[in-house]
Design a protein around this ligand. Structure first.
Ligand code: NAP
Length: 285
């Protein structure tokens, strides 16, 4: 456990899901919580819901100037103290075969989950301890199982999460100079709004007439089933809180259902996994 804990945190993407659960957990632990949302209309509602220790920040992680404005607000509020933790959580997940998705959609994933994390890290580094070397802060990047495994129909998402993990590794090594820790959290299936937002049924009908029709539909059924059986985000938030208090955290934590399929995917040779996934998702006849 950390000897001196700086009880201030910034979490991106707090309107729903994991971000929302993290806000609740850190408030419960007595933190001053800065939470980013995109919809300005939510600001008064969230202030009322969470109370005076929650400070909403309105920004899109892809917009450098919006985040820079939020930085000024955070700096002013912290009155000369540092920010303890930055959690890069904001994310999206759209499914589709590479042959058919648009380059704009692919780009949006990279901008949200890679450039977004870069923007927040670069802008908030002075408050995390590069300017004022009080207690060094921590950066926690929310990756995914898709940060180390490439699932079919998830190229935009998996590319972004793989890139986020590469970014995190470089950053972790650079920030050794300041003692700022960088931790990757890779959740597997948790119950959130992420798949509802990505309209998987509409997507399945879009690709029905392509060569991937049946395979894509089978894959979306698998995703829907996995999200139905997803674990409670409250438990994930509690685990992330505990990790953030450690003096010597590991570089990466995977969390969530650790069923047979995850074990096999991690351990079997990749070519064999290709055949298993190919057969299962009707990509090999
Ligand atoms: N749920 C899982 O099983 C699971 C598994 C592995 C990894 N993850 C990761 O966990 C993180 C949170 O996902 P979730 O499941 O909690 O999904 P979620 O409920 O959809 O939450 C995503 C959050 O990110 C925000 N967001 C999206 N694009 C943004 C942008 N450009 N700028 C600022 N905020 C943006 C959303 O805001 P709006 O409301 O404005 O859209 C929302 O608050 C993501 O990085 C996701 O990849 C989730």
């Amino acid at each position: 456990m950390e000897k001196q804990l700086n009880k201030s945190i910034l979490i991106t993407g707090c309107s729903t899901g994991i971000g929302q659960a993290l806000v609740l957990e850190y408030l419960k632990q007595g933190f001053l919580v800065f939470g980013s949302i995109r919809d300005k209309k939510m600001e008064p509602l969230l202030k009322k819901k969470y109370g005076k220790n929650f400070i909403p920040l309105v920004f899109d992680v892809t917009d450098y100037s919006q985040i820079s404005r939020a930085y000024k607000k955070v700096k002013l509020t912290l009155k000369g103290t540092n920010l303890g933790i930055l959690i890069n959580n904001a994310g999206i997940a759209q499914l589709g075969p590479v042959e058919h998705i648009s380059s704009e959609e692919f780009d949006l994933h990279l901008r949200t989950m890679v450039l977004g994390a870069f923007n927040c890290v670069q802008i908030f580094l002075p408050l995390l301890g590069t300017e004022n070397r009080l207690i060094p802060g921590k950066v926690i990047n929310i990756s995914s199982g898709g940060g180390s495994i490439g699932q079919p129909f998830m190229a935009s998402y998996c590319s972004s999460k793989h890139a986020l993990e590469g970014f995190s590794e470089s950053l972790r090594r650079e920030l050794l100079i300041y003692g700022i820790k960088v931790i990757i959290i890779a959740p597997r299936a948790f119950k959130t709004e992420i798949w509802e937002k990505s309209n998987v049924d509409k997507r399945a009908s879009e690709f029905r007439k392509t060569v991937y029709g049946q395979a894509f539909s089978k894959f979306t059924d698998f995703i829907k089933e996995a999200s139905k059986e997803g674990q409670d985000v409250k438990v994930l938030a509690q685990k992330i809180y505990k990790i953030s208090t450690l003096t010597k955290p590991k570089v990466k934590y995977s969390m969530g259902p650790s069923g047979l399929q995850f074990f096999l995917i991690r351990t079997l040779p990749k070519k064999l996994i290709d055949r298993i996934l190919g057969k299962y998702f009707l990509l090999i006849r």
